[in-house]
Ligand binder design. Structure first.
Ligand SMILES: *Cc1c(COP(=O)(O)O)cnc(C)c1O
Length: 356
């Protein structure tokens, strides 16, 4: 059986072309600064983001952690959203490993933080009671807010606010290339309002491993030390960087296909009785599709997201039930999902809802 794996865009396998690039990669010891392919990837990514320098890291989680460790010290505070990946899914690493205090604000459904909430969260540095605020964190596209793309205007407003208060902005841009495509701008336009930006090569871009953290030269020099401290100094890492370079070359423009497939999937899901999909409504959506399952509405109280996911799996379609009590399912389009796979997944959903 050929699986249609819609759980995440992290499940892609390297293409033949990417495997050839990996096999041919020139390598050296990157901790000595001698891996030419890693250096090329760092330069290329930095230039795409309009930043001075880049740092290859093992994962998005490591990129965000290294960025926060570089911007903030023990007892310092960062401002971030309650639905942000960093707050929800990164093991509390900034606090656990860096002693950094998270100041969590509610994310609105469009992935933003209310600017007056952010302003009010910034501590008075002259008061001995308070931790010092150092960083405002944004996420674009916003994963738990449905893969929505923040607007350039909003990011600029956060950047301006941060500047007024002498704070840094860190942008979790795991899917920044998706956001840029949705908003019709270059990724560098979003990076402009941020001091540091992390992008993932291993999501929609289809590389097997790796992320790149970008910022100015001094920031990246210090981040390189922090990466070493968390065990992220890798050696002949050009093997991985070659895949990343290949992805930046070949897999950026095609993200539009993923977005079109996700829109098709969302519209198809929303038509089905018992399912409701937010990404079928107007919005700056990308490649993530979330939908809720209401078995009661179709006279099948036993049918919840978990049961539905199990029935899909029996038909070769993998999806991710999630949330407290798992009332929702996530489906993600990517490099290894074609338009006909989307149609097949919709057929599987129809028959799963019928109870087969
Ligand atoms: C996946 C993801 C990360 C972390 O990336 P890993 O490579 O899985 O550690 C960070 N932020 C967002 C928004 C993500 O979706």
């Amino acid at each position: 059986m050929k699986w249609i794996d819609l759980r995440s865009d992290t499940v892609t396998k390297p293409t033949e072309g990417m495997r050839r690039a990996i096999a041919a990669a020139e390598v050296g010891d990157d901790v000595f600064g001698e891996d030419p392919t890693a250096l090329r990837l760092e330069e290329r990514t930095a230039s795409l983001l309009g930043k001075e320098a880049g740092l290859f890291v093992a994962s998005g989680t490591m990129g965000n952690l290294v960025a926060l460790l570089t911007h903030a010290g023990r007892g310092d505070e960062i401002v971030l959203g309650d639905r942000s990946h960093t707050f929800l899914y990164e093991v509390g690493g900034c606090a656990g490993l860096g002693g950094i205090h998270p100041h969590v604000l509610p994310n609105r459904d469009d992935g933003t933080l209310d600017l007056s909430d952010v302003e009010a969260a910034i501590r008075d540095a002259s008061d001995v009671h308070f931790p010092r605020t150092r960083v405002i964190c944004l996420e674009n596209t916003h994963n738990r807010c449905g893969g929505i793309a923040l607007s350039v205007e909003y990011c600029d407003a956060v950047g301006a606010l941060a500047k007024r208060h002498g704070l840094a902005v860190h942008l979790d841009g795991a899917r920044l290339f998706d956001a840029a495509l949705v908003r019709g701008v270059e990724p560098a336009r979003f990076a402009r309002s941020a001091d540091s930006v992390m992008i993932c090569l291993s999501k929609g871009l289809g590389a097997p491993i790796g992320s790149v953290l970008c910022g100015d030269r001094a920031f990246i020099d210090e981040a390189r030390r922090m990466r070493k401290a968390v065990g992220g100094g890798m050696r002949q890492v050009g093997i991985l960087a070659a895949a990343g370079l290949y992805a930046l070359e070949h897999h950026v423009d095609r993200l539009a296909e993923d977005h079109a497939n996700a829109a098709r999937l969302a519209a198809g899901i929303d038509e089905l009785d018992g399912l409701s999909c937010e990404q079928a409504r107007e919005g700056a959506w990308s490649n993530l599709v979330y939908f809720s399952v209401d078995g009661k509405a179709i006279g099948r109280p036993d049918l919840d997201a978990r049961v539905l996911a199990k029935r899909l799996k029996a038909q070769g379609v993998l999806a991710l039930p999630l949330g407290a009590g798992r009332p929702r399912i996530r489906m993600v389009t990517h490099l290894d999902v074609s338009r006909s796979d989307v149609d097949a997944a919709l057929d599987a959903l129809r028959s799963a809802l019928r109870g087969t």
